[in-house]
Ligand binder design. Structure first.
Ligand SMILES: Cc1cc2nc3c(=O)[nH]c(=O)nc-3n(C[C@H](O)[C@H](O)[C@H](O)COP(=O)(O)OP(=O)(O)OC[C@H]3O[C@@H](n4cnc5c(N)ncnc54)[C@H](O)[C@@H]3O)c2cc1C
Length: 207
């Protein structure tokens, strides 16, 4: 008889744990307090009757999946859909994203990632000890403004101030240098992202 496991929370973490355990033969029950699955990544159910064929009215937030999400992509490839494909096939590559008035392009990299500013390189190449002791306490905004001013164009400074919003949903005044340096490293060395071709609950969770 397979072992029973109860998972509380039907967000990405709970559902991923459930998926892994089901594949290993456990008998899983997921308890979710919302009326639909997905947690912070869920779609919003339609209130009213704008379009009776549409179940979902919108999303909890913007939703993109960067190319470096290797484990996440691996999970998507193991979720079959009714048409004999997998949920991974619901991901579509995008060439450009816009955050406020700022556009990040993956077609013509902007700025050129082969020429990253020295300040960013310095953060990237610093020791683990410096990241833990100094960069963990330093905000990305103060680091960028004090290190780039005078050496880089205003456009470059603005680009790096806006990057945390696009890559990690966090303001540059709140993100640490430690967190952002690593995120940016991934962003520039594994350029690109995918979005889903339907509301997240249709394309990802309801399978
Ligand atoms: C606005 C916004 C935009 C984002 N955009 C992106 C993006 O583009 N790309 C990306 O990769 N990530 C993005 N994220 C981050 C990503 O959505 C989250 O990291 C992820 O959804 C978190 O999943 P989780 O399962 O850890 O937690 P949650 O999604 O918070 O799931 C926890 C679940 O547990 C349930 N729960 C809590 N307590 C109980 C209980 N006692 N009993 C039963 N159920 C319970 C909650 O209702 C919830 O459904 C974004 C986040 C936000 C807020």
């Amino acid at each position: 008889m397979s072992k029973k496991v109860a998972i509380f929370g039907g967000g990405i973490a709970g559902l991923t744990a459930a998926h892994e355990l089901v594949e290993k033969g456990f008998d899983i029950t997921v308890y979710e307090k919302n009326e639909i699955l997905g947690g912070k990544a869920r779609s919003f159910l339609l209130n009213g009757n704008l379009n009776p064929t549409m179940q979902y009215a919108g999303e909890h937030g913007f939703r993109f999946f960067l190319h470096w999400y290797e484990n996440f992509h691996d999970t998507l490839k193991r979720i079959p859909t009714k048409d004999n494909k997998t949920v991974y096939d619901n991901l579509v590559d995008v060439g450009e994203i816009q955050v406020d008035d700022f556009t990040f392009s993956f077609i013509e990299s902007h700025p050129n990632p082969t020429k990253p500013p020295i300040a960013w390189l310095k953060a990237m190449l610093s020791s683990q000890k410096r990241h833990e002791e100094e960069f963990e306490q330093t905000t990305w905004d103060s680091y960028i403004t004090s290190n780039l001013r005078g050496t880089e164009s205003k456009e470059m400074i603005r680009f790096f101030q806006n990057t945390p919003k696009a890559t990690a949903s966090v303001h540059s005044t709140e993100a640490s240098v430690k967190a952002l340096a690593h995120t940016l490293n991934r962003f520039f060395t594994n350029n690109g992202l995918g979005i889903l071709n339907a509301p997240t609950n249709d394309a990802l969770f309801d399978h």
